[in-house]
Design a protein around this ligand. Structure first.
Ligand code: RTP
Ligand code: MG
Length: 147
């Protein structure tokens, strides 16, 4: 049989200001650990406009960009580096669809997101979408620990 190749990777997770405000940081970290991923770094941070401009550079110019940045500045964010096999795709699966109204039950956004008129940006979490994004975003949020 072929030897199994285990590729351990890291992803950047953010518990967005709505998640921190609602006291859901622990529940979100619990789900990450329960799935078997390791917490490599966890830090409560206040974002800055400069950091968010870099973090959300791909969305600049889109109609939701300005309200998204404003929302991300509305309170502290819990920045997390999670580590494990397939964690980049795996965390996005745990998070569920971007719109909490559409996110499946069993996912963070599906179980905990509220759909009583809140905007799509208030969807509790961010997760990197590729190895390139993960490396870039971890470097932005944890510059002192960047590999
Ligand atoms: P994330 O980056 O936060 O993990 O979420 P995602 O990949 O599922 O969503 P993405 O397309 O990267 O969008 C980033 C964040 O922008 C807000 N958004 N609002 N139509 C809208 O109003 C809209 N679309 C996106 C959400 O906060 C989304 O997570
Ligand atoms: Mg994204």
């Amino acid at each position: 049989t072929e030897p199994t190749t285990v590729t351990v990777e890291c992803t950047l997770v953010l518990v967005k200001p709505d998640g921190v405000r609602r006291g859901l940081s622990g529940e979100i970290l619990r789900r990450i650990e329960a799935k078997g991923y390791t917490l490599a770094a966890v830090e409560l941070k206040h974002a800055t406009p400069e950091l968010l401009a870099q973090h959300y550079a791909e969305h600049e110019g889109k109609p939701f960009y300005a309200p998204l940045v404003e929302f991300m500045l509305s309170g502290p964010v819990l920045a997390v580096v999670a580590e494990g096999q397939g964690v980049i795709a795996g965390f996005r699966s745990l998070a569920g669809a971007t719109d909490p109204t559409a996110a499946a039950p069993g996912t963070i956004r599906g179980d905990l997101g509220r759909d009583w008129g809140l905007k799509v940006q208030q969807n509790l979490v961010h997760g990197s979408d590729s190895p390139e994004s993960a490396a870039r975003e971890i470097g932005l949020w944890f510059p002192q620990t960047a590999a």
